[in-house]
Design a protein around this ligand. Sequence first.
Ligand code: PRX
Length: 654
Amino acid sequence: MSSATTNIESVLHEERVFPPPAEFSERAHVGSMEELEALRREARESPEAFWGRMAEGELHWFRKWDAVLKWEPPHAEWFVGGRINISYNCLDRHLQTWRRNKAAIIWEGEPGEQRTLTYGQLHREVARFANVLKRAGVERGDRVALYMPLIPELAIAMLACARVGAPHSVIFGGFAAQAIIDRVNDAGCKLVVTADGGFRRGSEVRLKDTVDEALKQTPSVKGCIVVQRTGSRVSMEAGRDYWWHEVIQTVADECPAEELDSEHPLYILYTSGTTGKPKGILHTTAGYLLQAHLTTKWVFDLREEDVYWCTADIGWVTGHSYVVYGPLSNGATVLMYEGAPNYPEPDRFWDIIQRHRVNVFYTAPTAIRAFIKWGEHWPLRHDLSSLRLLGTVGEPINPEAWMWYREIIGKAKCPIVDTWWQTETGAILISPLPGATPTKPGSATRPLPGVEAAVMSKTGQEAGPNEGGYLVIKRPWPSMLRTIWGDDERYRKQYWSEIDGVYFAGDGARQDEDGYFWIMGRVDDVINVSGHRLGTMEVESALVSHEAVAEAAVVGRPDELKGQGIVAFVTLEGERRATDELKEELRRHVAREIGALARPDEIRFADALPKTRSGKIMRRLLREIASSGGAVRGDTTTLEDFSVLERLRVQEEE
Ligand code: PRX
């Protein structure tokens, strides 16, 4: 099970197999293995003709493309010469059908209020906000930052940006001012859209205050538009800040969608990498839309009458592709919920499913583990019989959590789609199709048609069955990232240089004897906390920015709920004393610098950090120490003594 070339070992053995229920397959878009294999074959034999056929059949074009793909490794252009608009595809095209009066978004705020927007209404709101953007001086190509709670205005702002061709950069509402500053400056955003605040677990998150702090250090920003969400008092700077509800009154509700080039930038979304600051992942228009659209249709097997709910925040890629663009392009009814799963009680999600008769439910393993911990009496209290399909994303799901999801939520009748993908891939690449693929608990099963995934050693040799290695993609795909904003060199290095000629995903994996993929997690210094990627470097930088800290090394350790928890080893400046108070202060400091998500679970003080002779921190050893639990909790101020590791240094270096 392990391989001498990769040292990646997989210990998971899972024998259970669940074929798709016959009544599900009967009505599915792809209803059998034969059909799925036929699509795979078509795509393998003639990829460009396959993607061309899909693009023609599924999307609206102002002008058809001249060539499906221009591939000059590692740069791809898809549907070259085509003209298209995503906002048109998500809205206008539905207005010519009965969907005009279909619910596009059913929104529920955490305090319980509800709003429904039909496609016709959403179209009007998007057109108005697009006119607001234009009036604010936003032109095709200008970047707009969106720092908002999960409210319909966030989707409206994204679609309005797409309508005028202004790439958006959504910044997760849980991030702190410094994270906004870094992202806004990196992309040179001209405008920020925010809200007074949002609700999370019963309290207000004051977003505008954070924006005010950030905007002191963002010279490119010329204006700020503020949605009134909570109604609490915020400061408005004259000449810079405008209320959303006021400015939309001053514009027309018609705004034709710009005819954009297929490769026109759609959005930048920042995600964590191994080193340095977060990377601005750039997605463009046509290829991204095609794959977000197709995967939504296939993987979630959308039916016209479905209520579809993806619980992700729009601040992450899952929200981009599977709350906004994929479902709306398909004309689906999307449920959006603003708040926490355990407010006011741990059954909020089940209550929502029952009241809105949700049919398709897509969430993260970390949430499922929390549900298990809170107890099955919460879901059992509710009628979940509307559910017909369940999905997961964000991290490997352990088979026991998968089985609980199947039995307790899905009543053993709903197929589960475990979907593997990344911010960089734009859309789901490896996943079952619920009407076709037999599933195994814990496996994302096999690549979708048109996706050539493999497991390789660092030297580019394909691994044998059950041999661990690195997950790679061998051919370009339409929704792949185009570059890292402002740093094409890093793009080449990070994704296309680790193994010659293929896309390097950064995940360890194995394929079993049926060709099923089992993802084993990250192979780099990225920590996956509750399905969200954090670079160890980011947390380390935040720690050393505190005046008491000399050096810091951050590693992940297994965490029952969050997948991974954060442990920080810290050495202190000069005379600073290691105290429990300082630990707390450092944890708070990281939360302030990056956001609560990055708050270390544990701080451990050390005399010095164990390093190789070349100065590299011996993370593998720290990971082991962190995972094995080391010192007793409570007696936490003791200094770590790493001198015993001295003799291991040479070994680590090899
Ligand atoms: O390690 C993999 C894990 O999440 C990483 C991508 O994180 P991010 O870009 O934030 O996107 C998350 C949502 C797409 C991957 O490199 N990951 C994602 N989905 C799965 C997964 N690991 C195992 N199984 C999955 N289904």
